[in-house]
Design a protein around this ligand. Structure first.
Ligand SMILES: [Zn+2]
Length: 337
């Protein structure tokens, strides 16, 4: 009797084992050919190791969930401060906009890998300081990889069951105005006050501690080159210059793969208050652009196939180089320091 009982028990045990295999260790979150937070950090570090004279990775601070926000500085004699014209490219304000991280990252890689063999690239790296901050919202990006591909905001716990502040509505210039929301559950929730979020504080302090001549903030989608203002339909004081720069960038994008990006005032897309470009331009008069990358329409919208990473980078390369070269030639503007 005892033996039969034992037999039944072990048979049952074996059956349970067969039908419930032990859990596999979870595989590392993956974004395919798009870079995750961990991958972007590894690759920035590799660029610094491969090009120690030209590249320096700088830790700027920590996100809400304590991830590092990093920028890479690209210049000759990169360790020193040569008082050269500075330009900045920022990606990844919005979590689901993965291409907005990969395009500035690939720009950094391209500048470094082509320095030795391309006289044009060497010239602008020698004469300027190019700062690239590919992922401003690492928590949101990781959440988009792990849990919800279409997550937009950061991962602030708002304390009422909702999460996230729209970082691109959290800057101080006309903060709280139309095109931003006071509803914590909204996709465009602006936060409890201007610069309530560590991520926007980090970009603010990073920019205020330097003297940039212009900025591109990458987003997607809709293929637009946007210039201030976003908070109002009134034209910016430098609308003619901003429009000309945006138009030239759109033309150079078109020249590569025939993709039409439209240059227009930001508010023509929709009114948005408290974004990064209005803040930089509004507080310093430094030209600042929101570059809405591929695709053009909601299909595929944020789900841009990874086969389009490289061509999207390729077409935005000449636009980025154009703006860097404009910065090297232009007189610095900083009317409201
Ligand atoms: Zn965006």
């Amino acid at each position: 009797m005892k033996r039969i009982f034992y037999f039944i028990l072990t048979t049952l045990g074996a059956l349970v084992f067969m039908y419930c295999p032990p859990p596999q260790p979870p595989s590392a979150p993956d974004a395919g050919l798009y870079h995750t937070y961990a991958e972007i950090n590894d690759e920035l570090q590799q660029l610094e190791s491969t090009f120690p004279q030209l590249a320096k990775v700088v830790e700027l601070g920590k996100s809400v969930e304590n991830r590092s926000i990093r920028a890479i500085k690209i210049s000759d004699n990169v360790a020193g401060n040569e008082n050269e014209p500075q330009v900045v490219f920022v990606g990844g304000h919005h979590a689901r906009e993965w291409i907005s991280v990969d395009v500035p990252f690939l720009l950094a890689k391209y500048l470094l890998e082509n320095y030795a063999g391309n006289a044009r690239i060497k010239n602008l790296v020698d004469l300027g300081e190019i700062w690239i901050l590919p992922m401003l919202n690492p928590d949101g990006h990781q959440y988009s990889v792990d849990k919800n591909r279409l997550w937009r905001k950061n991962r602030r716990n708002n304390g009422d069951g909702s999460y996230g502040v729209d970082l691109n509505r959290n800057y101080s210039y006309h903060w709280g105005g139309p095109g931003s929301s006071g509803d914590t559950f909204s996709e465009t929730y602006r936060g409890t006050q201007a610069f309530s979020e560590p991520e926007t504080q980090i970009l603010r302090d990073f920019i205020n501690n330097r003297s940039f001549r212009d900025m591109i903030s990458f987003h997607n989608y809709s293929q637009l080159v946007l210039f201030p203002w976003g908070y109002t339909n009134s034209p910016a004081p430098d609308a003619a210059l901003l429009g000309q720069l945006a138009g030239s960038m759109a033309d150079s994008i078109f020249s590569i793969h025939g993709k039409r990006y439209t240059a227009q005032q930001s508010s023509a897309l929709y009114i948005a208050s408290g974004d990064a470009t209005d803040w930089l331009y509004g507080t310093t008069s430094v030209p600042a652009f929101t570059l809405e990358l591929r695709p053009r329409t909601s299909s595929p919208g944020f789900l841009l196939p990874e086969s389009e990473i490289q061509p999207t980078f390729e077409e935005n390369l000449p636009a980025s180089l154009y703006l860097i070269e404009w910065s090297l030639a232009a007189a610095p503007v900083n009317r409201h320091p």
